[in-house]
Every structure is written in C-alpha cells, then in structure tokens.
Design a protein around this ligand. Structure first.
Ligand SMILES: Nc1ncnc2c1ncn2[C@@H]1O[C@H](COP(=O)(O)OP(=O)(O)O)[C@@H](O)[C@H]1O
Ligand SMILES: [Mg+2]
Length: 252
C-alpha cells in the first residue's frame, strides 16, 4: 500500500506512539455500543452492554477481567462467531450486521485469526497440516497454503516440528502451531483467549514474545485476554470489562 492510500484512510484517534506511524494506523477492529444478553433463570444476563472498543493495525490490547466478566463473550462477538444483541462490530471497516451469513463467514475466515487457551489442533494431522487446512477452507490452493504455513512455522521457530502430530509437541510448541494456524492466512485481526493460560511462566513468556514480534511485524490488530499482568504490561494498553462496558485500566 502506498503512503498516498494510507493518508486517505480515516485517522485513528489516540493512536499510541509505537512501531507504526500514527497516520498509518487504521482501525482494524471496532466494537460500537455492543450488547450481548444471555437468557437466564433469574432474568436476562447482560454480559455486554454499551461495550465499545477500537483496535488499530499493529496495536496489541490486553483484556484483563475476572472470570465470568465476559472476556470470551467479547472475543466471540468481536470475532463474528456470535451475533451481538445490539450495536455493531466492524472488521476492516465492514459492518458485520449489514452482511449476510455467508459474507460474514467469509469476512471472518479472511480477516480474523483465533487462538484459544487450549490449542484445539486436529490430533490426526501434523503441525503443518493443521496450519494448511484452514487456509484451504478459506479458499487458498494447497501449494500456496503450504508455502505460507512453512513460512509462518519458520517464523515461529517451529519448522523442525512440522511433521509432528499435536501429541508429539510440548505445550509451548502446540501453542506456537495454534498461533501459526491463526495468522497463516494474513488476517487483519488476531483474537486470543488466554493463549498462554495453560503454560508454565517461562514457556508463556517465550510464546508471548513470539506472538508480540509477529503482531509488530505484520501489523495485525491484536486483542488478547489474559490473567497475566506481566504480559498485559507489555502490550500497548489494557482494558477491562466492568458492568458490561469496556474500561481502560493502567497496568504497572
Ligand atoms: N452461551 C451462554 N449462555 C448463557 N450464559 C452464558 C453463555 N456464555 C457465557 N455465559 C455467561 O456469561 C458470563 C460471561 O461468560 P464469559 O464470556 O465466558 O466470561 P469470561 O471469559 O470472562 O470468564 C458468565 O456468567 C457465563 O456464565
Ligand atoms: Mg473465558
């Protein structure tokens, strides 16, 4: 993309000083006044209400909130896996509510990568195949998907384990493969739900470092739920969920 094209994009407010120039930072993910209500015995459970958040390209936002506060719900709604009961989700500038089911699925497959606490790799397939298959589902040829998978596995320093099945990988390696799977498609947005929550502190920090470099280099917008304040402090900013709304917090 040329500078001229970038300059035409709407400016992003409050872009933090970081690796990208402020004028080049474009909003990749926006939640506007999002509501999510679950039916419950004692009246509806309003997990999200008036939840608003923007994440710019190349920006890492930590989501830290107690269990049950709505982190996973927020990530599912942001990732177009669940529809909000109110408000709007915009991915790469496209309003999800205005899309049909097929278009929304296509937008999700093209522009959103997910990483979960547990790797959710397919046990019968190798690390490489686990990274290749979702790309093929998103429409890439096997050869192109394989090329990208090898590139990202190399980047995450796990290429020597490409033929291993998930059970033949350590916990940290499994999460690296899960991260590779999430980003191989070059999405705009990375959503991670406690991605290092299942790892020992040292491994968690190594996996997080790999994730951080990847986000910085690729210009991904990342929203990462974590209970780890040390990791949160390494991101650009931290938000929490309070009474269904997104609030900024200062993590020292
Ligand atoms: N599908 C669902 N149906 C009903 N209640 C749900 C559903 N999913 C989550 N909840 C409730 O919504 C609240 C937020 O859940 P969740 O987003 O998983 O929180 P967190 O990820 O922060 O622990 C919890 O009280 C949970 O029990
Ligand atoms: Mg959760």
């Amino acid at each position: 993309m040329s500078d001229g094209q970038i300059a035409e994009e709407a400016p992003v407010d409050a872009a933090p000083a970081g690796s990208l120039k402020a004028e080049a930072r474009k909003t990749a993910l926006a939640l506007e006044d999002v509501a999510r209500v679950y039916p419950a015995g004692r009246g509806p459970l309003e997990v999200l209400r008036h939840a608003s958040l923007s994440v710019a390209e190349g920006e890492m936002v930590a989501l830290v909130a107690p269990s049950g506060a709505g982190k996973s719900t927020l990530l599912h709604v942001a990732g177009l896996l669940e529809k909000p009961d109110g408000g709007e989700v915009l991915v790469d500038g496209r309003a999800a509510s205005k899309l049909g089911d097929e278009q929304r699925t296509a937008l999700r497959r093209r522009h959103i990568g997910f990483v979960y606490q547990f790797h959710h790799l397919l046990p019968e397939f190798s690390a490489l195949e686990n990274v290749v298959l979702p790309q093929m589902i998103a429409g890439l040829s096997r050869s192109e998907a394989t090329r990208r998978a090898r590139e990202v596995l190399t980047y995450l320093r796990i290429e020597t384990r490409a033929t291993h099945r998930p059970a033949e990988l350590s916990g940290g390696e499994q999460q690296r493969v899960a991260i590779a799977r999430a980003v191989a498609n070059a999405p705009k947005v990375l959503l991670a739900d406690e991605p290092t929550g299942n790892l020992d502190p040292t491994t968690a920090s190594h996996v997080f470092d790999a994730l951080k470099v990847l986000v910085r280099e690729s210009g991904l917008a990342a929203l990462i739920a974590t209970h780890n304040y040390a990791l949160a402090a390494e991101m650009d900013r931290t938000v929490t969920i309070e009474d269904g709304a997104i609030m900024p917090v200062i993590v020292e």
